[in-house]
Design a protein around this ligand. Structure first.
Ligand SMILES: Cc1ncc(C[n+]2csc(CCOP(=O)(O)OP(=O)(O)O)c2C)c(N)n1
Length: 315
């Protein structure tokens, strides 16, 4: 899990550099600071389980085992990327590994998750579960209510994971909600759920592991609110006038990676040197991904319409 959190952090830092250099076209949302929620939750579920992601989805994709080379190529619009360079940062999907897709529509994954969970129930007898990630802003979309209600009445195996990173663009959750805990909305749907510290990898892992077991017993969906924070602006163009530097610094002091490292050291599981070696290994992997992406060709403009329209097979 530490390696995966390093992968997310390094991938995002490199991405930020590409953004600054104007090499990423379209928008791009960084999840630095939120690593523990994505990695803890996905690591707790099984390889055969599904995820739906968001516009801030690099951590979820890496958690599900995405190839950094293909991810970086996609971000740079190259033909070797996950969507052959057509999707960019917000549209990385890998159906083979159970990643049902990042999504540019706020709340878009909530409907997909209910559908996928219905398949899990009918086809796999609840053996597989769906982890549905969404932001606090998405929890105020109509689809949130429809998806949770349907999943509840049909006992679908979905773990709804609301990543409350304190803002929906520039709107603080304290303004957008009249409740203290987003997980309290579980009451409206007759399901279980709770609010956890999304920067505490162990807490995220244990919570999702527990609920995944419950889902597999056919006990229906749950709503987990993971409280975390994005260190960077909402997207490429965000002057961040809505928050103070001191607030950002106070959350940076709760760095989920540093916190997990401290735990590993305290418990004599990993030394400082071992952690350093692991981080260097990740940096090397990322350098290879960057090299691959930079050397890859852009898609041929002649093929721009390929895969956009459905091709009816001849009968
Ligand atoms: C349906 C829809 N409405 C509005 C937008 C524009 N938009 C993009 S991100 C965003 C804020 C989302 O906030 P949240 O769900 O809390 O996720 P976060 O960005 O904090 O990770 C908005 C309004 C969109 N992409 N889709």
């Amino acid at each position: 899990m530490l390696k995966k959190m390093y992968q997310v952090r390094h991938f995002e830092q490199q991405t930020e550099q590409f953004i600054i250099r104007g090499m990423i076209h379209g928008t791009c949302h960084l999840c630095i600071g939120q690593e523990a929620t994505a990695i803890g939750a996905i690591s707790a579920a099984g390889r055969e389980d599904y995820i739906t992601s968001t516009h801030r989805g690099h951590g979820h994709c890496i958690g599900k085992g995405a190839d950094l080379k293909l991810m970086m190529a996609e971000l740079l619009g190259k033909s070797t990327g996950y969507c052959r360079g057509r999707g960019g940062s917000m549209h990385i999907a890998d159906l083979d590994s159970g990643n049902l897709g990042a999504n540019g529509i706020v709340g878009g994954g909530l409907g997909i998750a209910a559908g996928a969970a219905l398949t899990c129930k009918l086809k796999f007898g609840n053996r597989k579960v769906v982890l549905c990630f969404f932001g606090d802003g998405a929890a105020n979309q109509g689809i949130f209510h429809e998806s949770l209600n349907l999943a509840s009445i049909w006992d679908l195996p979905v773990i709804y994971i609301c990543e409350n990173n304190v803002y929906g663009m520039s709107t603080p959750t304290s303004y957008a909600f009249n409740i203290n805990k987003i997980s309290d909305r579980k009451l409206a749907y007759g399901i279980d759920g709770l609010t956890i510290d999304g920067n505490d990898l162990g807490q995220v892992y244990n919570t999702i592991y527990h609920f995944a077991q419950r889902c597999r017993l056919g006990k229906g969906p749950v709503l987990v609110e993971a409280v975390t924070y994005r260190w960077k602006g909402h997207s490429k163009s965000d002057a961040q006038v809505y928050r103070s530097k001191q607030e950002v610094r106070s959350w940076m002091a709760k760095d989920p990676i540093a916190r997990y490292l401290k735990y590993l050291k305290q418990e004599n599981i990993l030394s400082q040197q071992q952690a350093g070696r692991l981080e260097k290994q990740v940096a090397r992997e990322l350098a290879q991904a960057v090299e691959f992406a930079l050397e890859s060709p852009f898609p041929d403009p002649e093929q721009v319409e390929e895969d956009v329209y459905y091709q009816q097979e001849e009968v």
